[in-house]
Design a protein around this ligand. Structure first.
Ligand code: SF4
Ligand SMILES: [Zn+2]
Ligand SMILES: [Zn+2]
Length: 315
């Protein structure tokens, strides 16, 4: 297969775009699409101070690499969740650190164990799913580090497959409140929070994997997290992949047309309870404590019965 632009050997065939590309033209196009998403959805300014949440996986490292290539000022944040099973946190932390060192970039490492004395598995008290606990922890830490470090925007490596599958999962359940909140840029609703942006939202997982490979990025597979197996999101992604295989371009069309018409979900957002400040950490909370501090408290109390309701709005 030959590159559609220069006839050199192609590294990828993008059926959705009827485009085969060599390494050089693929990287060029990848960066163009990242820049297009940033402009089209007003994700950030050229001068914005950006904090990229890096997991050690391909998407977040590809994003950090691309933003740096495009000339954005971006530091990385690695949250060490303390997942010892299969050495997951240690290995992914090493990948993130090696990436930053090779490129002379600044990586902030935030260790849950060092900061709070608790790691991920111990924080799972009560009935919550581990991945949902993980989400609360990551949101809290990202906001805290962004605020303390003076960052204006938080960037995450969510790609088109992630966004299209979340959208499909929400629509399958007619969860219009969640669909109404889904966007490439989610605005901050409190002065202590920062907007969250997803500059890879127009690029598929296959494209980010190819970009990471071509750019020589050594990463840990997201699926290697020992707790990811069986997640509903994986089943929805697989279903979407089968549709994409049959009709290339479906994922991109589904997601971009949603963004074009998302005003049909306007007004579906959940009513926000009056905002309070968490009495422990000072971040916005729906009650006396924010959901993160409730998790911490419960893990310290050894799982005693407590308020299981989460304030999902935090972050
Ligand atoms: S798969 Fe692992 S890293 Fe991802 S949210 Fe779940 S526990 Fe956290
Ligand atoms: Zn080419
Ligand atoms: Zn708190």
């Amino acid at each position: 297969m030959r590159c559609s632009r220069c006839r050199r050997l192609a590294v990828i065939n993008l059926r959705a775009h009827r485009l085969a590309l060599c390494e050089r033209h693929f990287v060029q196009r990848f960066l163009e699409v990242v820049e297009r998403a940033i402009r089209r959805y007003s994700l950030m300014h050229r001068s914005s101070k950006v904090l990229v949440a890096v997991s050690g996986g391909k998407d977040s490292l590809a994003l950090w690499d691309a933003l740096t290539e495009l000339g954005y000022s971006a530091d990385g944040l690695y949250i060490d969740l303390g997942i010892e099973k299969q050495d997951y946190s240690r290995i992914s932390r090493e990948k993130a650190e090696a990436f930053a060192e090779q490129r002379g970039l600044r990586l902030r490492v935030f260790s849950l164990k060092e900061e709070y004395g608790s790691a991920m598995p111990e924080l799972r008290r009560g009935s919550r799913e581990l991945c949902s606990v993980c989400g609360i922890v990551k949101r809290h830490v990202m906001n805290r580090v962004a605020l303390e470090g003076g960052y204006e925007v938080l960037a995450t490596g969510h790609n088109l497959d992630d966004e299209a599958s979340v959208l499909l999962a929400n629509l399958l359940r007619w969860n219009t409140a969640l669909a109404a909140r889904q966007a490439p840029r989610v605005e901050a609703w409190h002065e202590k929070l920062r907007p969250k942006v997803k500059p890879l939202c127009l690029l598929s997982e296959r494209e980010t994997a190819t970009y990471a490979f071509v750019r020589g990025i050594d990463y840990v597979s997201e699926l290697e997290c020992p707790f990811s197996a069986g997640a509903t999101s994986i089943a929805v992604k697989e279903a979407l992949n089968r549709i994409e295989e049959h009709s290339p371009g479906t994922k991109l069309y589904f997601y971009t047309q949603f963004l074009k018409h998302r005003e049909i979900f306007a007004g579906e957002e959940e009513e926000k309870a009056p905002v309070r400040e968490c009495s422990s950490c000072g971040f916005p909370a729906g009650g006396e404590l924010c959901s993160f501090c409730r998790l911490l408290l419960k893990s310290r109390l050894g799982g005693e019965k407590g308020d299981n309701r989460a304030d999902s709005r935090v972050g």
